[in-house]
Design a binder for this molecule. Structure first.
Ligand code: PLP
Length: 374
């Protein structure tokens, strides 16, 4: 239920549920009528530390009181601090900041074109990289692309984990290989370490889209750390600032140099408030939190795999997909019982709770899911 009446004034780009969440705390949210929900969607894998986590809350408040915006014509402390923190996590990288995952992918596409002077991109079927025309062009879901052509030319798609197809798709015009370590929107499909390694060995730049898998979600700061590869480019967004808008392109220090002043930009990119919040999120991703991601992920995955009607449980850490007959039915039933979960395609229920979720909260969520499945 909602207390306002502006729904028909929004362009209908989302099939919104008639549920208005007005307050959040940790892993829980409350609607306008005071009903409580366990949030195992995390705003689509965004609220990485939980709603109103004290660290990003304090950092954002403090920055709001000092400076909101001054433009990229000047230096700002939060953006430089965040770039340094992300570089340290990567092991030496430079950052470009923007406001969303799609924008970060656009930056990667432009970077690769300039650095390699080659327009071709190889991406993966079923992938999702965003809704802007460049990111959409590399999104391996024909239904999402169909109405918006002509898109950028030169993008080839290969099946997930098909190393031979990957090698065959790369030619002299390919400047970039782009994929998610785990296909998120595309059904929570992990790509195998061999596939990642094969991509890293090929001549084009390798960009990993860690918009959904990054910032601790799979149990390491970057998902690629568990795959034994080191990409040339990484894109981040979603969980980086715990819900404030931000996106980032990271370019490893030894990649070919491309951007010079004037090549790329974003008025709001590197916003001091978002960057201040993001610094505190990055600081919070420590061993104890990553252990929690592994443990709570295992707790969820083991229990979910035993429910009747579950064909498989895929994913890593706290990005999990439960393969079922109808994901929408489970999502609706869960919501009616006070649990928010996501779909990832028609047959996968996706779980992406805050990384801070407790064993007790996972137990509560499993109890609801048990009632639905059993
Ligand atoms: N890349 C991946 C892997 C995503 O999951 C998403 C969004 O779901 C995007 C890119 C696009 O991010 P945004 O919606 O912030 O533009």
């Amino acid at each position: 239920m909602s207390v306002v009446a502006g729904l028909d004034r929004l362009l209908p780009t989302y099939a919104r549920t008639d549920l208005t969440i007005v307050r959040g705390e940790g892993c829980r949210g409350w609607d306008v009528d005071g009903a409580e929900y366990l949030d195992f969607g995390g705003g689509i894998a965004v609220v990485s530390l939980g709603h109103r986590h004290p660290a990003p809350l304090a950092a954002a408040h403090e920055q709001l009181d000092r400076l909101w915006h001054v433009s990229n014509l000047y230096r700002t402390e939060p953006s430089e601090e965040l770039a340094a923190l992300l570089s340290a996590r990567f092991g030496g990288a430079q950052a470009f900041f923007c406001n969303s995952g799609a924008e970060a992918v656009e930056a990667a596409l432009k970077y690769a074109r300039k650095a390699t002077e080659k327009p071709g991109v190889v991406a993966v079927e079923g992938s999702f990289h965003g809704r802007t025309l460049g990111a959409l062009s590399a999104t391996g879901q024909p239904g999402k692309r169909a109405a918006f052509g002509p898109l950028i030319p030169g993008v080839r798609f290969v099946s997930p984990n098909d190393i031979e197809a990957l090698r065959a798709a790369v030619d002299d015009e390919t400047g970039l290989i782009l994929f998610e370590p785990i296909l998120g929107e595309g059904g929570v499909v992990p790509l195998e370490a061999d596939f990642d390694a094969a991509a890293a060995e090929l001549p084009p730049l390798l960009c990993l889209d860690e918009v959904q898998t990054g910032i601790g979600r799979t149990g390491s700061f970057f998902a690629f750390e568990q795959l034994g590869v080191r990409p040339d480019l990484v894109v981040l967004a979603k969980g980086l600032a715990n819900g404030l808008p931000i996106g980032a392109l990271l370019v490893v220090d030894d990649a070919a140099r491309a951007f010079v002043p004037g090549d790329h930009g974003s008025t709001f990119g590197g916003n001091p408030v978002s960057c201040a919040a993001a610094c505190s999120v990055v600081d919070a991703i420590d061993e104890a939190l990553l252990d929690n991601v592994h443990e709570r992920g295992a707790q969820l995955a083991e229990a979910a795999a035993s429910f009747p009607g579950v064909a498989s449980v895929r994913g890593r850490g706290l990005l999990l997909g439960i393969e079922v007959a109808s994901a929408a039915e489970i999502v609706d039933a869960a919501r009616r019982q006070g649990l928010l979960v996501l779909t990832a395609g028609e047959n996968v229920v996706r779980l992406a709770p805050p990384l801070t979720v407790t064993a007790g909260e996972v137990g509560d969520a499993l109890e609801i899911l048990h009632r639905i499945f059993c």
